[in-house]
Design a protein. Structure first.
Length: 174
């Protein structure tokens, strides 16, 4: 198993860095977790990402957020999953029991993957404390999922201002 977790804030360069980790792969499945939108700015962002990735990437649309585990179970190609935060935003983030079960299924699936997997996720622990209950649920859930992903990842990076910083020491606590 070779799982790499790439964390970073909004517009930190985390997606571009994650893509660079798969540059040596002839074909990559890209799991798009964000729902489509008619917002022109959103459409431009998606187009920039698609242009940067190029034709080596085949897009797997995540129609239902609960399909993520099923898509990751198909272990026929390297995969780029971008991103955990947008996937989580499509779920009921305040349903701790359901999220815990889904996270356990996700981690179990990742443990048996053999092809390279690069996961992009937002680091929200450095942000302002949310003032709404749903915002706090989201931050808590994403923080917990990121910690679980760290434990099954071979490499973990934090991208700040386009600079990937390798994180060390997480294995000592597992």
């Amino acid at each position: 198993m070779s799982t790499t977790l790439v964390l970073g804030g909004t517009r930190s360069g985390k997606s571009a860095f994650a893509e660079s980790l798969l540059d040596n792969q002839p074909a990559v499945h890209y799991i798009a977790t964000l729902e489509s939108s008619s917002d022109p700015e959103f459409i431009r962002r998606v187009a920039r990402h698609q242009e940067r990735r190029g034709p080596r990437y085949s897009v797997l649309e995540l129609e239902e957020p609960r399909d993520l585990v099923r898509l990751l179970a198909f272990d026929d190609h390297p995969v780029l999953l971008d991103s955990v935060g947008t996937w989580l935003a499509r779920l009921d983030v305040c349903d701790e029991e359901s999220l815990s079960m889904l996270t356990q299924q996700l981690i179990a699936t990742l443990r048996v993957r053999r092809n390279p997997l690069v996961i992009v996720s937002e680091e929200v622990g450095l942000a302002v404390h949310p003032t709404t209950a749903v915002g706090r649920c989201f931050v808590d859930a994403l923080g917990s999922i990121n910690q679980a992903l760290t434990l099954v990842s071979t490499h973990v990076f934090l991208v700040v201002a386009g600079i990937p910083l390798p994180l060390h020491g997480f294995r000592e606590h597992s």
